[in-house]
Design a protein around this ligand. Structure first.
Ligand SMILES: Nc1ncnc2c1ncn2[C@@H]1O[C@H](COP(=O)(O)OP(=O)(O)O)[C@@H](O)[C@H]1O
Ligand SMILES: [Mg+2]
Length: 290
């Protein structure tokens, strides 16, 4: 990654407001940042601050109230096959088998892949994700973690230029999560994508990203943008280094402050946020099972 790489995604003074029962609620507040070609940018910030809303703009589902988000210099008109989205709630189609879920994107006109090549890609991702024995299973018969791996397989299989991932590893146990992180790094090394990842895990953000954007409590603003100085390829052992731990302390402190600010602001959510801070202090991701 050099800073000379072209800007692919540009947030320029972006604000988003939603109508609520008590009037207009500002969720995103004057946010400006760029994501350059080949970068891996993680977004971290308190629950409910507006992270998914920002990703929804890039995905083409939400329009900013003011400011602009440009994709390769042009306004975003709607969703497109250049952006592979992995949102928990849109992850898999319940009416398709595991195999057909993965093949789905490859059958769409924009990604049309000849049948033989398609079978090869589908089989490859079923193998990588540990789903080969479940090719004909329905999603509802899978565990939450398996459904999440299926959603990952779907997103990777179409080889989009951009990967937009909203807490993609949240429902996975620690071992699988770590394996999925390494697999993602392998896919990126082989296919060179630009990634925007939302995560609650400071460790995950540092391990995977070239930059981390720490967002404030709602209405969310950019609190700090952190360059992650570790070269790729990265290995597990990075977690044990002093540099990693120093960076982790710094990011964790920032995130904790914003969790506390969000907790003070939204009384009903306070117990959850306080709980999250406790979890972060103990080195666990906030939110528990999702
Ligand atoms: N379409 C919508 N209409 C109204 N309010 C929304 C909509 N989408 C999100 N919100 C609200 O905006 C706030 C931020 O949501 P979100 O972006 O999902 O937060 P995060 O992903 O950081 O947890 C929340 O209070 C949420 O309820
Ligand atoms: Mg969210």
């Amino acid at each position: 990654m050099t800073t000379a790489a072209p800007v692919r995604i540009a947030f320029d003074h972006v604000s988003v407001e939603f109508a609520s029962a008590r009037g207009t609620m500002r969720v995103v507040d004057d946010v400006t940042y760029d994501i350059r070609d080949g970068e891996f940018v993680s977004i971290i910030g308190p629950s409910g601050c507006g992270k998914t809303t920002m990703m929804n703009i890039v995905a083409g589902f939400v329009q900013p109230t003011s400011g602009s988000v440009l994709l390769d210099g042009a306004p975003i008109k709607g969703p497109g096959p250049d952006r592979g989205v992995m949102f928990q709630e849109y992850g898999v189609f319940p009416w398709l088998s595991v195999r057909d879920n993965i093949a789905f994107g490859l059958k769409l006109a924009a990604n049309r892949t000849p049948e033989a090549a398609r079978d090869e890609i589908v089989n490859r991702y079923m193998r990588l994700m540990g789903l080969a024995d479940f090719a004909d299973a329905w999603p509802k018969t899978l565990s939450g973690g398996m459904r999440q791996r299926l959603a990952l397989a779907r997103a990777y299989a179409v080889r989009p230029q951009f990967l937009l991932m909203d807490e993609p590893f949240g429902a996975l146990d620690a071992q699988t999560r770590s394996a999925m992180q390494d697999l993602l790094l392998e896919v990126l090394a082989a296919e060179g994508k630009t990634v925007m990842l939302i995560t609650h895990s400071v460790e995950e953000a540092i391990y995977l990203s070239s930059r981390i954007i720490v967002m404030s409590a709602r209405p969310t603003r950019v609190r700090e943008i952190i360059d992650v100085p570790f070269p790729y390829p990265r290995q597990e052992a990075l977690h044990e280094t002093r540099e990693f731990n120093e960076l982790r302390s710094h990011v964790r402190e920032l995130v904790m402050l914003e969790y506390a600010a969000q907790a003070r602001q939204t009384t009903p959510a306070a117990p959850r946020a306080a709980d999250d801070i406790g979890r972060i202090r103990r080195g666990k991701p906030p939110g528990g099972a999702s």
